[in-house]
Ligand binder design. Sequence first.
Ligand code: ASP
Ligand code: MG
Length: 436
Amino acid sequence: MKFGGTSVGSAQRMKNLAEMIGHAGKNVIVLSAMSGTTNSLVEIAGYLSKKNVEGANEQINALEHKYFGVIDELFGQDGAPKEEALKMVKGVFTLIRSFTKQLFTTIEEKAIIAQGELLSTQLFCNYLHTQGVKAVLLPALDYMRTNKVAEPDMPYIEEHLKQLISGAADADLFITQGFICRNVYGEIDNLTRGGSDYTASLVGAALQAEEIQIWTDIDGMHNNDPRIVDNTKPVQFLNFDEAAELAYFGAKILHPTCILPAKLSQIPVRLLNTMQPDAPGTLISNRSEIGKIKAVAAKDNITAIKIKSGRMLLAYGFLRRVFEIFENHKTPIDMICTSEVGISMTIDNNSHLNEILEELRQVGTVTVDTDMVIVCVVGDLRWDNIGFETRVMDALKEIPVRMISFGGSNFNISLLVKAEDKKRTLKALSKYLFEN
Ligand code: ASP
Ligand code: MG
């Protein structure tokens, strides 16, 4: 069971969580940092890398103060547990302050960013002890590892995690840190921002769990963006591929990397709401629902690049030359559409855009559209199902569409529109696909 930053975002939320899971069975609980903490730690690291010690200290003091407040609320006047928590928090902040006095590299930066999960899990574990729950901490830095290609080292994770668990036979419950890990050199590292979901699915896969539960504060994955479209509804069932498309294309509720380990180990993932624990949420599994369009999601900050060249006509090897340029600049391509004389592609990372464009101009005439949005429609979209293309196109009849991609998988139609048209595109799709 993974609980995100808001689920442990205050002393009160931690108390509620303890109430909910303390006696619910021998589960593994993956926690994020308290909401806001990782961002503060990133800021502190930012000051330190700019050698602004004063700025860093100000942030460090403010964050430490916040944790003292949490301890007061969690432990009240309780003598020993409170002292223990204070000692732990002071230790963490002494460590963070020690980084203001030494050379600051990405190694120190990652060590700082890891402190949020270390704080939340230790505080929560201590609190559970005061409630009579035998909670045992499974230190992520002792089992969560990445290998030399920075991918999770599954055999290592499985072996060490199982060892830790079997060493604590009388535990009621296990608590572990999301997000943080060690890399192949043994240095503290992380699974990228929002990576606690990934931890949960790696742990679930390593232990062959019955189910991986991701608890947030929304009642499952919705069929469209609830911040933009009225009357969106939670989707009850998704298959792994549909969920992966949605997570990647903008449904903020789930980290995109989280689906793969679960899919490979065939472990269902359930998205649930801490505020409404009895709501059904979304169940992600092998099961597909025939003929059903499930959801619409959008991904912002997309750049479209078009290369037109007479040389492409009837030529082979043209696409390889184009793709190689992106590969050389380590820039992933998301959407592709081709015609006999041109190709359009999208990227979501512009850090090497200028170099890429420079090289593409040697291959053909290049045009760029920035501020675009990929809108994707996800569901059972196998090509022999008929009728759904018409519904999508009907929804788009008033909207300029830059690219359309269908047939890449059985689960997705992607559309590229201008950022300014995103809202009306999402609303129109909901109206044509989900109303009546
Ligand atoms: N605390 C980390 C972050 O804010 C990881 C997570 O919450 O999933 O990115
Ligand atoms: Mg998250």
